[in-house]
Design a protein. Structure first.
Length: 94
């Protein structure tokens, strides 16, 4: 998909759901996560699906984005936030 505009490529690629939390969970993390929310809202191909935790102290985010965007954000925020692909849980991991 070389040569296509980034916004078109990301709309062609399949989106996946990711869980995001702060590396320093429970410490000064809420302020950091709140600032990440502001950044994510400015990225057109990232959809914020849910903010988990108290409104003034969220601890986890559920977002939808392409795997390429997730790799980019993991690299950009390495050491600050954990980006983990959301997967369905099943009994006995079947």
């Amino acid at each position: 998909m070389e040569g296509l505009p980034e916004n078109l490529v990301s709309s062609i690629q399949e989106r996946e759901r990711y869980i995001v939390s702060s590396v320093s969970y429970g410490h000064p993390a809420p302020a950091n996560l709140s600032s990440l929310i502001k950044v994510l809202k400015e990225i057109p191909d990232v959809e914020l699906l849910d903010i988990i935790g108290p409104q003034d102290h969220p601890h986890t985010l559920l977002i939808s984005m392409t795997s390429d965007r997730a790799k980019q954000l993991k690299k950009q925020f390495q050491g600050q936030f954990i980006f983990e692909e959301d997967s369905m849980l099943s009994q006995f991991n079947q």
